[in-house]
Design a binder for this molecule. Structure first.
Ligand SMILES: Nc1ncnc2c1ncn2[C@@H]1O[C@H](COP(=O)(O)OP(=O)(O)OP(=O)(O)O)[C@@H](O)[C@H]1O
Ligand SMILES: [Mg+2]
Length: 331
């Protein structure tokens, strides 16, 4: 279990600061998820931590030791990428054990470790197969096995599940989380998917344009977004944003309300139903208010209004998020 600290880490590509003065302490033994839109610098930051890129400025500490200039192999970290290149001519057993063999470990010790990891990842029946004879999910587990078997100080995952279909991705998320908790190994997990971040993280770090927008526990970010960007990024369907007079009555430049925090109310804002999404356990009702502002509210199945219905809705006052003209949350 290791602690990773970043102090003022900056990486430029030409004039562009892909990673911009990042200060961050990654907690020992936890799952920290880096999330943010495409191009915000997540992969670059992970590669800087792995040592695959050198920072232009700043320092990286692993367990209080300065590792800024240290070669990747000496950092003791294991990275799993989205495109996991398995060796096609090697069996699952050989693929998982390859790094240990390179490191000169004795055969019996390699076998023991590979079998332990295979059991953990439900790969025991496939140990003598080649990658071509595995499903996508099984191949991804082999890629994870290769990282786990090295018993690294930390795991660095870069969107490792994004090549899988939605159902398998959902299952693998839970599996990976369970495995990480079982091993207690520090992990950093990169994704652009906020739902994945919410389900996997002990701590989420939200990035935009190479900078940290907010870091905190998943529900902290959900219930107390520090700014407009995080409010809009975390949660699905996204928050409803309203400006103008409706925001002014709450003393804000802009307000944001989650779909579950809107209720039908006689004194509410009036709107017209445009679309009803039936998801089974819940439904989402899309409205257009009189001035054209769109609004989504959650409804219980069986209680949805019909398309075209006129409705009045109001927010639960305590659940209204208020933002100033600078986009920062008001206290
Ligand atoms: N080798 C490179 N040379 C030049 N620019 C680069 C290089 N690598 C990344 N960039 C730029 O740095 C920025 C951050 O890229 P990065 O790959 O870290 O984003 P990301 O957050 O991982 O995005 P995604 O979610 O799409 O994977 C982008 O603007 C990208 O174009
Ligand atoms: Mg990336």
């Amino acid at each position: 279990m290791s602690q990773i600290e970043l102090h003022g880490i900056t990486k430029r590509f030409g004039d562009h600061r892909a990673v911009d003065r990042i200060d961050l302490a990654i907690a020992r033994g936890g799952m920290t998820v880096f999330v943010g839109p495409s191009g915000c610098g997540k992969t670059t930051l992970l590669r800087l931590i792995a040592g695959l890129e050198d920072p232009d400025e700043g320092r990286l500490l692993i367990d209080d030791e300065d590792m800024t200039g240290t070669a990747p192999a000496q950092r003791g970290l294991a990275m799993v990428f989205q495109s996991y290149a398995l060796y096609p001519h090697m069996t699952v057993r050989a693929n998982i054990g390859f790094a240990l063999k390179l490191a000169g470990m004795a055969r019996p010790e390699i076998d023991a470790r590979v079998e332990r990891v295979a059991a953990m990842l439900h790969l025991t029946p496939y140990l003598d197969r080649r990658p071509a004879a595995l499903s996508g999910g099984q191949r991804q587990r082999v890629a994870i096995g290769r990282a786990v078997v090295r018993e690294p100080r930390a795991f660095l995952f870069d969107e490792p599940l994004s090549n899988l279909d939605a159902a398998l991705r959902g299952r693998m998320r839970v599996e990976l989380r369970r495995l990480q908790q079982e091993l207690g190994t520090t992990a950093i997990y990169v994704t652009h998917d906020q739902a994945e971040a919410m389900t996997m993280a002990d701590r989420i770090v939200v990035f935009r344009d190479g900078r940290i927008e907010q870091a905190g526990r998943p529900l902290e970010l959900y219930h107390r977004p520090a700014n407009r960007f995080v409010a809009g990024f975390i949660g699905s369907p996204a928050m409803n944003f309203l400006a103008g007079p409706r925001a002014a009555t709450f003393g804000a430049a802009e307000i944001a309300i989650r779909p579950e925090d809107l209720t039908v109310a006689a004194e509410g804002w009036s709107g017209t139903v445009t679309v009803v999404e039936h998801l089974g356990a819940e439904s989402y009702v899309h409205l257009v208010l009189e001035d054209g502002a769109p609004l989504v509210l959650r409804s219980r199945p069986g209680e949805e209004p019909a398309n075209g219905a006129k409705l009045r809705v109001a927010p639960v006052a305590a659940k209204v998020h208020r933002f100033g003209s600078d986009g920062l949350a008001l206290g």
